[in-house]
Design a protein around this ligand. Structure first.
Ligand SMILES: [Zn+2]
Ligand SMILES: [Zn+2]
Length: 457
């Protein structure tokens, strides 16, 4: 590792303490729920036989192996654990030393997976290591129910860490859904407040769990099971474009590594390069949905990814991913996976090599089809994430419209009543109490919700 700043800053210590002391006894229950069906033999994962710098063909993933960390924790326990950890300064310092020496050796019985969840034109990645879990972004507000269900299906009721890479709705929006199912040990975000309903909803749900946002400092690190999570960005918390405040994480598991860049664009990439961190990574979560303003050559040259994953919506209005970015990835020789073409993407590491399983279209030509260029592309507006054109409260008026078109039920997490999206009570409901749910009436009732007497869902 090149230049790891050895500052035990308060946030990291806090975070590390919570992680170290709160999570060491969890077990993982393998195979409770198959994340999705990839039938062996019928849909070969592109990873097999394809490039792999070690020369070994990666095994196709048995997607039934999703680890399902157990154990939700009582808030009281968490608080105690943190306090205890904080007092143990020596332990924290020792752990920081360990991280400097590189990630711990993966256990023989260990497991590591990254699930790039298909949330359309948005980001969401769930990282599992040895029964621990971390969620990096949660898609749009309309994806709340999808994220809720994704966690529930895998019994992930405790997240060691929930990360909002930056305040744009397509990253923070669905985190409320995650927090409605799982408790979080800590929350990382580059800001503690932001003027949008989606962000306020995130803060409200964190507040219900007594969790405060930690603004991480680049140069810190913490552990997730036997994996090490290095914080590489943001370098500048005051960057004018929220995309360039994206939290950038490099997760190292054995000899494999994963770089999560949020929506970082050229400017933040340059700052991270200038800071001199080790960037080489086996897998790159491509910045900003494949926008041309991210994944610049100098950054890519340091990362040298074998695999790249683009989280992007089909036919999005931004023209993502752009031909420019695909062409750079082609030049870098990276095998590319895309959520718009392949749905959910699961990457498994054994500490030496990684393998991929996709929900559909394993053989899709992922480098061949760029997004359609926006009809009237205005230079400089690429970073706008919100289809309605703004991140301020006013831009998000279409929440209920989204609910009307794509959601089966709207749940009131306060009253535990559920409604059809057009029910008049939905309009009066507090935004922070709304949970958009796609699924059956039975599922909703199974979650402990009662049908509204007005709309009789
Ligand atoms: Zn963004
Ligand atoms: Zn985004």
């Amino acid at each position: 590792m090149k230049k790891y700043i050895k500052t035990v800053f308060l946030g990291a210590a806090f975070l590390l303490a919570a992680l170290l002391s709160g999570c060491s006894t969890e077990e993982s229950h393998a195979g409770e729920t198959a994340p999705f069906v990839v039938e062996a033999g019928t849909e070969e994962t592109p990873a097999s036989g394809v490039k792999d710098k070690s020369g070994t063909a990666a095994e196709s993933t048995d997607s039934g192996n999703a680890p399902a960390p157990t154990a939700g924790k009582a808030e009281g326990e968490e608080t105690t654990a943190r306090t205890a950890g904080m007092e143990d300064g020596a332990g924290v310092a020792a752990a920081m030393e360990d991280t400097e020496a590189g990630a711990a050796e993966p256990d023989a019985s260990g497991s590591f997976e990254v699930h790039f969840i298909d949330v359309g034109q948005a980001d969401a990645a769930l990282v599992f290591c040895d029964g621990h879990a971390m969620l990096i972004d949660g898609g749009n507000a309309a994806d709340s129910s999808l994220i809720y269900t994704y966690l529930k299906d895998r019994s992930v009721d405790y997240l060691d860490c929930i990360v909002c890479t930056h305040a744009h709705e397509d990253h923070v929006g669905g985190l409320a859904g995650a927090l409605n199912y799982a408790t979080a040990g800590c929350a990382l975000c580059p800001v503690t407040s932001y003027d949008s309903r989606a962000f306020n909803s995130f803060v409200t749900y964190l507040g219900k769990q007594g969790v405060e946002i930690t603004v991480p400092a680049a140069g810190g690190s913490f552990s997730l099971g036997s994996a090490s999570v290095q914080i590489l960005g943001p370098i500048r918390l005051d960057a004018p474009d929220p995309n360039n405040t994206s939290i950038v994480l490099r997760v190292v598991y054995g000899n494999t590594s994963f770089l999560f860049t949020g929506d970082a664009e050229r400017e933040e990439e340059q700052d991270i390069l200038a800071a001199g961190y080790e960037l080489e990574s086996t897998v790159l979560k491509v910045g900003h949905h494949g926008s041309e303003t991210s994944t610049t050559y100098p950054f890519l040259r340091e990362i040298m990814p074998q695999y790249a994953v683009i989280s992007v919506g089909a036919d999005n209005s931004y023209g993502h991913p752009t031909e420019e970015t695909l062409s750079r990835l082609r030049d870098a020789g990276a095998q590319v996976y895309r959520t718009d073409l392949q749905g959910d993407i699961v990457c498994t590491s054994d500490g030496e090599t990684v393998s991929f399983a996709v929900e559909r279209n394993a053989d899709a030509d992922t480098l061949g089809s760029a997004g359609r260029a926006p009809a009237e592309a205005e230079p400089g507006t690429e970073s706008g994430e919100d289809p309605a054109g703004g991140e301020s409260g006013a831009g998000q008026q279409d929440d209920s419209a989204q609910a009307g078109s794509g959601t089966d039920y709207v749940l009131n997490t306060n009253t535990h009543k559920f409604h059809i999206p057009s029910c008049s009570s939905v309009k009066q409901m507090k935004e922070s109490n709304k949970l958009f749910y796609n699924g059956t009436r039975e599922e909703v009732i199974g979650m402990g919700y009662d049908p509204c007497k007005r709309c009789n869902p």
